[in-house]
Design a protein around this ligand. Structure first.
Ligand code: XMP
Ligand code: MG
Length: 185
């Protein structure tokens, strides 16, 4: 589905499908160079990172493995508490592995900061982070992020894996919704 298929729901197309794919190709070239000597384990954080992992991994021309984790990042409301619960853990032993966490969006960064520490405690050789989107205004954690696709303004965005009430994940572009979608004017 494209933004043009749902004109009434779209306030603004923030990042087009073409821009996303071009950026993922750029990031893939950097990952290929950085992991030329060692096979990375891509860890996708469900559910939002599904599209990023799918497209990024298929753009990569080096051997890699893939695994998935699901965590609950929000306590109450829309503010991340930094208190995280693992809903689905990895199937892979991380001992000696070069781990690359792949995220859809970093908001406060508290979820990711917790996740990085958790994975580091499992004996990997390295843990790096790749995110398609980052909201710099909201960052509350200084966890280093090696690969960042786009910095976005502090607005709720959907599409390309990101949802509102589980909708819009299959949208190819990243958009800001019209307020009426949330029940506003
Ligand atoms: P923190 O604050 O811990 O949380 O970095 C990151 C998680 O918050 C969700 N999130 C969003 N989801 N549109 C979304 O669909 C957004 O604009 C947005 N901002 C934050 C998301 O689940 C992310 O993993
Ligand atoms: Mg969500």
């Amino acid at each position: 589905m494209r933004a043009t298929d749902i004109p009434n729901d779209v306030r603004e197309v923030l990042i087009t499908e073409e821009e996303i794919q071009a950026k993922l190709a750029e990031i893939a070239r950097r990952i290929e160079a950085d992991y030329a000597e060692c096979e990375p384990l891509l860890i996708g954080v469900l559910k939002g990172a599904v599209m990023v992992v799918s497209d990024l991994s298929r753009e990569l021309t080096i051997p890699l493995k893939m695994d998935w984790m699901a965590v609950s990042s929000y306590g109450s409301g829309t503010e991340s508490s930094g208190v995280v619960r693992i809903l689905k853990d990895l199937d892979t032993d991380l001992t000696g592995r070069h781990v690359l966490i792949v995220e859809d969006i970093i908001d406060s960064g508290l979820t990711l900061s917790w996740l990085k520490q958790n994975l580091e405690s499992r004996g990997p050789a390295s843990v790096e982070i790749c995110t398609l989107l980052r909201k710099p205004e909201r960052l509350k954690s200084d966890v280093p992020v090696r690969y960042v696709g786009f910095d976005v303004p502090n607005e709720f965005v959907v599409g390309y894996g990101l949802d509102y009430d589980e909708q819009y994940r299959h949208l190819r572009d990243i958009i800001v919704l019209q307020p009426h979608v949330y029940g506003g004017e």
